[in-house]
Design a protein around this ligand. Structure first.
Ligand code: ADE
Length: 221
């Protein structure tokens, strides 16, 4: 998979993409990620990428020209263009799955107080990562890249994401334990030590259902 990210703050991505599973996925050529500073595309002599809003109001608004030119320099018929914005569709594991099947994603990070409405016409999909407003789309872009990259074939053990919360019939994950068997008086449930795989699977399923009912009853309806 190829991912192009448009951002005014390319350095924000350095550490996140240079650690752990994403770094390994890049090194193993499972994903290639390029960050584009769309300021480089502005035709403004002062390198401006934003301006005051028509009709008045506080803050600066991203202008369409640099973002249009940058997207058009990258886009192919296979590309899926995603715009990150708090008024997009709520991001869910199902969307991560669908996007992990694409060959090329272009992710546009908004910034400042907002972006010119015409920028929306570039997007195949507008995504929000939650009902809160961040200072820009960079952190949401990292969330998308992380959640999609781990689903790419061969990036992590397949069973791990089959077991994931939100994937398996929208159930939250069951409790997991490792050594020691007893820690500060807290014991590992006996069933997990039994070696009976059918019983363990049943216990895990029941625990998932119980946790989901308690914490996220909305997922059960
Ligand atoms: N940009 C600012 N806040 C955001 C959010 N919650 N989701 C996606 N993009 C955003």
């Amino acid at each position: 998979m190829k991912i192009d990210i448009l951002s005014l703050f390319p350095e924000m991505f350095d550490n996140v993409f240079n650690e752990s599973i994403i770094k390994r996925a890049i090194n193993d050529n499972k994903v290639s990620i390029k960050i584009h500073d769309f300021r480089e595309f502005t035709l403004d002599p002062h390198k401006k990428v934003d301006d005051t809003p028509y009709g008045g109001g506080a803050g600066m608004v991203l202008t369409p020209q640099p973002i249009f030119d940058c997207v058009e320099s990258i886009k192919t018929p296979e590309s899926k263009v995603i715009l990150l914005t708090p008024d997009g569709v709520p991001y869910k594991q199902k969307i991560a799955y669908d996007l992990s099947k694409e060959s090329h994603l272009i992710i546009i990070c908004g910034h400042y107080e907002g972006f010119d409405e015409r920028i929306r016409t570039l997007a195949d999909l507008e995504i929000s990562i939650g009902d809160y407003v961040l200072t820009g789309g960079e952190i949401p872009a990292m969330v998308l890249v992380d959640s999609i990259t781990r689903l790419l074939p061969g990036v992590i053990n397949e069973q791990s994401h089959l077991d994931d919360s939100f994937n398996d019939k929208f159930l939250l994950d069951y409790p997991t334990y490792t050594k020691p068997r007893e820690f500060r008086g807290m014991e590992v449930p006996e069933v997990l030590l039994s070696g009976d795989h059918a019983k363990i699977a049943e216990w895990r399923y029941n625990e998932s259902v119980k946790k989901t009912k308690e914490r996220r009853p909305d997922l059960m309806s």
